[in-house]
Design a protein around this ligand. Structure first.
Ligand SMILES: *Cc1c(COP(=O)(O)O)cnc(C)c1O
Length: 373
């Protein structure tokens, strides 16, 4: 058996997920870009690229990796609030599909660098639609004063800048309102904000719009991953079909990360000790927050199953890792079959923001990678 801990990716689940997405967008002028930051495993990227997905990148490292894994440069969008001059220059030279521009200041620098290189940079403007965070606490990126995106009150400024710059080619608008979104209301609100923004660019500035990018953020079922491995893509895409009518020449782009890859990944870990304390029992496993930081960073819930215990008797446990931090806790007060040293636990739904966020804290090794295909 493979050395634990290891990430186990079920490529059959990934493939089923991809097919459901393709079915739901077929016949529409829709294109899905995969947000590489969720998981940059080459076999996952190759499968997505060969199925016609584009790539959404947030660093030049991701842009290079995407190209290496089979994404054509024109199918790459490059977002991020802090692109350096070197990153911008390299991405222009690679001829990527577009920069998702996050500030007036960045737009200015992209224009300057493109001018220096005698090139034209493709840009999409990331606008903050100012969708109320109070209705949904997990929406944190779409507000007016935020490190991400351009505030709506600067729309005229950026449009006139793009219009007057010979080295910028306007492709469209970009929006991204948050993550792990499970109701469609925020997306309906987003659809309503898009039309006036687009009309302004086309009618007041005579700009040509190729596409609208509505970002990602569709959530998954962390509670019941085994029973419900594929998110409700039909409901998601139907929301846009119903609420966003675009001219035929305008493509609708989506930038999904979590909803594509989260459920295909499981972190397999071994129980080192079961520590009996006065008021609780603590299961200490060989995976830590260096392998999976979501519980420590976001208090995220991941379902945990003991896949080796045959015991019908259940007990209550905390499950913790070996790292020297109290935050290195995967679960508190969960019910598992009676668990003992040497048992194997499966931590579910870790295909997104699991391995890609891992570190070497405490000088611990990377988890291995295994596949089911
Ligand atoms: C992270 C990110 C995404 C993907 O978000 P998910 O919640 O994983 O779908 C899409 N677009 C941008 C700009 C992002 O930063």
């Amino acid at each position: 058996m493979t050395q634990t801990p290891y990430y186990l990716y079920d490529l059959r689940i990934l493939n089923d997920t991809i097919q459901v997405i393709k079915e739901n967008i077929s016949g529409c002028n829709y294109k899905v870009h995969y947000a590489i930051k969720a998981n940059f495993e080459p076999r996952i990227l190759q499968l997505l690229a060969s199925n016609g997905f584009g790539a959404d990148c947030v660093s030049i490292g991701e842009v290079r990796h995407a190209i290496k894994c089979g994404f054509a440069p024109e199918n790459i969008a490059y977002a991020g609030v802090g692109k350096t001059d070197e990153e911008i220059a390299e991405a222009i030279d690679l001829n990527i599909g577009c920069f998702n521009v996050e500030s007036v200041e960045e737009l200015d620098i992209i224009n300057e660098i493109a001018q220096d290189r005698n090139a034209v940079a493709n840009v999409a403007l990331r606008i903050n639609p100012n969708i109320d965070a109070h209705t949904h606490h997990y929406i944190t990126t779409g507000l007016a004063e935020n490190k991400f995106g351009i505030s709506l009150h600067l729309l005229d400024d950026v449009l006139s800048m793009v219009k007057s710059s010979m080295n910028l080619n306007m492709r469209g608008f970009h929006f991204h309102i948050g993550s792990q979104i499970l109701t469609m209301e925020p997306y309906v609100l987003l659809c309503e904000r898009i039309k006036p923004i687009m009309d302004k660019a086309v009618n007041d500035y005579g700009l040509n719009i190729d596409y609208i990018n509505v970002g990602g953020g569709l959530g998954i079922d962390y509670e019941n991953p085994v029973e419900n491995p594929i998110p409700d893509f039909k409901n998601y895409f139907d929301t846009f079909k119903k609420h966003l009518q675009l001219p035929e020449s305008v493509t609708l782009h989506f930038e999904l990360g979590r909803s594509i890859v989260a459920q295909c990944g499981t972190l397999i870990t071994k129980v080192i000790y079961v520590k009996h304390c006065e008021s609780k029992q603590i299961v200490i496993v060989d995976a830590g927050m260096n392998n999976l930081i979501r519980p420590a960073l976001y208090q995220a819930y991941h379902r945990i199953d003991n896949i080796s215990s045959k015991s019908a008797e259940k007990e209550t446990y905390d499950v913790v890792g070996p790292i020297c931090e109290s935050a290195d806790t995967f679960a508190e007060n969960i019910t598992l079959p009676v668990t003992k040293r040497g048992d194997i636990l499966a931590i579910r739904s870790v295909g997104a923001y699991g391995q890609s966020m891992s570190s070497h804290y405490n000088m611990r090794q990377d988890a291995e990678t295994q596949f089911i295909s």
